[in-house]
Design a protein around this ligand. Structure first.
Ligand SMILES: NC(=O)c1ccc[n+]([C@@H]2O[C@H](COP(=O)([O-])OP(=O)(O)OC[C@H]3O[C@@H](n4cnc5c(N)ncnc54)[C@H](OP(=O)(O)O)[C@@H]3O)[C@@H](O)[C@H]2O)c1
Length: 261
């Protein structure tokens, strides 16, 4: 999976998203992260179909929404996502959320879809330790990835889940890596970022990469889409990584799966 992808949450279905995806591909991004519930799969598909790159060079992730969980519903929902995207397969299909009582059948559906080559890899999102342990007890295919909210303000409190992923060969993907903007002016971040001549957004994306995560910052602004990809020309020192890792405050900027049974 390409290490840095463009997230398209809260971007409208239409030309804005299509242009943002096209621009991201021109900047060097090779991974686009959408979901049925973002309601913009069609625009993502149109940008890919426009053909700046061959389909095989773009890694496309989409997700199964909660109301579509269960075996038959999940199969149906995946076909609908593929239709909206205009694709014959996605590179990664994720269960968006660990819905109690439905997730086993949903996973079985993803295993079927994988066997039918409707998706090149299957994974989960928002699965904490107890959700993963349950899944590892019945799965035939171990998830390729677990997409979780992760940034220095939500790292130590997720460490048990991250370590489990690492031990099982499940790639952690950091979502909301920029804290949805909430912490971009944190004075410590500003100070560290300045030492590298980088923005705080670039520092947070680089932090995720150095943790070994894939990372999917969202922006709909061309300048920031480009900025967020300029993260391969510097390295955070081990000392600064320690400082950043110490910022944990169990900050969730979106849904908190700790409450999911
Ligand atoms: N699996 C899940 O449950 C789940 C949940 C949430 C998110 N996600 C995925 O993760 C992606 C990213 O997370 P997110 O959208 O929640 O938040 P995020 O990437 O942490 O932050 C996005 C916000 O930061 C701003 N921003 C982006 N680059 C910036 C920069 N260089 N300088 C200043 N501000 C900047 C954006 O504004 P502009 O657009 O105006 O630049 C936007 O307001 C989503 O788009 C989605 O694909 C997954």
């Amino acid at each position: 999976m390409p290490a840095v992808g463009l997230g398209v949450y809260q971007m409208p279905n239409g030309p804005l998203t299509q242009r943002a995806v096209d621009y991201a591909l021109r900047c060097g991004y090779r991974h686009i992260d959408t979901a049925m519930i973002y309601r913009n799969e069609e625009s993502v598909g149109k940008a890919i179909a426009a053909g700046f790159l061959p389909r095989e060079e773009v890694f496309v992730t989409t997700k199964l929404w909660n109301s579509d969980q269960g075996y038959d519903q999940a199969i149906k929902a995946s076909h609908a996502s593929l239709n909206r995207l205009g694709l014959t397969y996605v590179d990664l299909y994720l269960i968006h959320w660990p819905v109690h009582g439905k997730r086993k059948e949903s996973w079985r559906a993803l295993e079927t879809l994988y066997g039918e080559e409707k998706c090149r890899a299957i994974g989960v999102s928002n699965y904490l330790t107890h959700h993963l342990e349950e899944l590892l007890g019945y799965c035939k295919i171990v998830p390729a990835a677990n997409q979780l909210e992760m940034h220095p303000y939500l790292y130590n409190s997720r460490i048990e889940t991250i370590d489990l992923c690492r031990r099982q060969g499940i790639l952690p993907i950091a979502y909301s890596p920029l804290t949805k903007g909430a912490k971009l002016r944190d004075p410590l971040l500003v100070k560290i970022a300045r030492n590298y001549g980088k923005s705080t957004a670039q520092l947070l994306i680089r932090w995720a990469l150095q943790q070994g995560f894939a990372v999917i910052p969202k922006s709909s602004a061309t300048a920031r889409i480009a900025e967020n990809f300029q993260v391969f020309d510097f390295k955070i020192t081990p000392e600064d990584m320690v400082l950043l890792n110490g910022l944990d405050e169990n900050l969730t900027t979106g849904w908190d799966p700790s409450d999911a049974l």
